[in-house]
Design a protein around this ligand. Sequence first.
Ligand SMILES: [Zn+2]
Ligand SMILES: [Zn+2]
Length: 231
Amino acid sequence: MKLIDNFLEVLYPRDLTCVLCGDESDHELCDICKGSLQFNIGSVCRFCGRMIMKSDYEVCHHCKGIKRYYDRGLSVTVYDELSKKLLFNLKYHDKRYISHTIAKYMLDYIVRSDIDIDFDVIVPVPLHTERYKSRGYNQAELICNHLSYLSGLPISKALERRKHTKPLNKLTADERLVVLHEAFELSSKVEGNIILVDDIFTTGSTLNACSKVLKESGAGYILIITFAVGE
Ligand SMILES: [Zn+2]
Ligand SMILES: [Zn+2]
């Protein structure tokens, strides 16, 4: 076992039960639950990673007509009961070690995709300061730590939240982008091709706003990777 594995083991102690079904397991996910995860396979939307019919061409109806500031968006799984439970345990039950599993799935998914880009840096989507204080960690950062270890790419935490954003659910996509764009800033320049990481893709507004800030600062290609994409 490598030194880093020991280190991670201490940071992320594992109980020997599956986080999804509670059965005994050598890993955080038992083989049955692993086999039940619903991966996004075949044709997927180029911006959110949802599975689409071939006839939909490259963009799903959720993403049609929305200006995206990133180049591609991939999402590993469908946001169903299983992936929901997995992310919920990571975010609200302090099961930080789940980020390791998620990072492995993400990297594997990127490697198997048709994206042939040399990436330079991994950037996590920052959490609201208040949420960071109450949770004690940012799940996207934890995932990035593992992604960085697995891929050898450096992390940049240059993206920062400026203020707590107002509820966005009543705003249109364009209005959301304006509000969110003001909510992010860069503490230092990020250049090159970027992998922007978050746990879930819902409307994509936050990821889009982060991408806009990154592109304005001189980013090259931006790939968004999330673990699950909403209905
Ligand atoms: Zn299980
Ligand atoms: Zn889409």
